[in-house]
Design a protein around this ligand. Sequence first.
Ligand SMILES: [Zn+2]
Length: 465
Amino acid sequence: MNGGLQRRCGARFIASKALALLFLPLGLAWGVEPTEFKPGFNLFSLQQDVQLGRENAQKVDKVYPLVTDPQALRYINGLGRHLTSLAPNNNSEYAWAFKMISSPDINAFALPGGYIYVNSGAIEAAENEAQLAGAIAHEIGHVVMRHGTHEASQALLARAPLLIVTSMLGQSGSLTDLLAQMGLSLGVNSILLRNSRNAESQADAVGTYILYQAGYDPHAMAQFFAIVEKKYPGKTVQFLADHPNPENRIKDIESEIAALGPVKEWKPDSPEFEDAKKRLLSLPPLSSANPAPSVSAAASAAPPPPSSRLIKFEGYGFSIAYPDNWRVERNEDAVVIIPPGGIVETPESGTAQAYGASISRFQPQSAPHGAWGLVDATQELLGTLRISNPNLRVVEQKAVNLKGRSALSTLLETESPLPGQKEQDLLITTRQSDSMFSLIFIVPQSLFDTYKPSFDAMLQSLELR
Ligand SMILES: [Zn+2]
């Protein structure tokens, strides 16, 4: 917010085990039965997954530059649909749709209900059809395991009791709007795309299963992840927006493969894949007037996770501890604490803080000499912030106790300086002699839960004098 609110697994099957088991009926010897893939807790119906996916796909279609080449689209849809036909838990209610986003970043993502987006960069990076199929199968895994609405269900229950949530979800109208009313706003980088490590491991398992069923070398998915890691070294591999890279991912995939069945004669690369790849590479690049607001451009530029080791900063009238991979800067009216890459360039307003914290003092004008109340003064501060952030919205406000001081905690939502992203800010205000002390935590909404523990630790360390 401007000015202050801002894994080849070269491993082989164990041949002796394979031979011994070959004499058993197949279903017994090898059996990853689809029934083993059980979606988690979910308050949404499958129809609601589709509705939510459709509503959000319409937004994605508006924000991202889509590939319109009919041959490339025919190819990706043909491949995608074939893979879904082999997916566990799939049924006729899913609205499978496969689209391509024109972007060099290696990325793909899935919305609930079956809306899958693959970047042209992912197809260009894949060495063969099996690898591309691996990436798509992984996304199909997220859909059939219903990870998006699983996450949303958990987030809703954290906000309201079950009875209220289920009755809200029973209403008609836009589900996206309904969720927004419940404090879950679904931007392009939304909770629907925010997968846990466990969800990633499940998607890997489903993806590997689908690859095997389709006759592709199931190692291809892991090979593809290796390509992604090579391209984006040193970063937490975020194949696919907001996908945390599970620990031991390659090892886990290997053990999944070992359970799938005997080595088959794997499908060779297809000429259709090579054609589609060539076509994509020959398409003219995007004009600079229509730059790709790439999910992973933002994700790959995202700061490393906040360190859990804190160091103390002594400010004027206050001290605070902050993650030791962040730095402190002072500008005219604030002390800003920022992770590497936390300040971004924006076309409209120059630089803006997209991550971190900002500390300042505010002097309420409406009632000078300290004759002001915290709620009103905070309201006044929000008014000044709205000048540069017209879409600033209060999500929740509550009184909190800050080591004996009464304080106000205000959860805010606004546009992030990062393209196409929402921002979540947590504003803490409290009186400090005649002025108001204000501490604001800033992060893209999709990462709020990731940063929250660091924000809480910083807040706990805050001392005012
Ligand atoms: Zn994933």
